[in-house]
Design a protein around this ligand. Structure first.
Ligand SMILES: [Zn+2]
Length: 83
């Protein structure tokens, strides 16, 4: 992801999330999608990439706050996919 895409993504993310001050969670509206060129990925993977760096194929996101709709990059952690 280049710098322009990253800035575009951050602008969209900041407009769409609903931060919850008590827990720090960023609630993502169900029906929202990030509009980013040439990025075939889930919203949480894009957000992780934007703030924390790219993921590899065998990694998946887990939510340390156990809220699957939370997109706070600090609440996203990476696990190796188990099959
Ligand atoms: Zn959270």
């Amino acid at each position: 992801m280049n710098e322009k895409m990253r800035k575009n993504a951050i602008t969209q993310i900041e407009q769409k999330v609903m931060p919850i001050p008590e827990c720090g969670c960023w609630i993502w509206p169900d029906d929202e999608l990030l509009n980013i060129d040439s990025h075939e990925n889930t919203t949480e993977r894009i957000i992780y990439d934007v703030y924390n760096g790219a993921l590899s194929e065998n990694q998946e996101i887990s939510h340390t706050c156990h809220l699957s709709c939370c997109m706070n990059p600090k609440h996203l952690s990476v696990e190796i996919k188990k099959h």
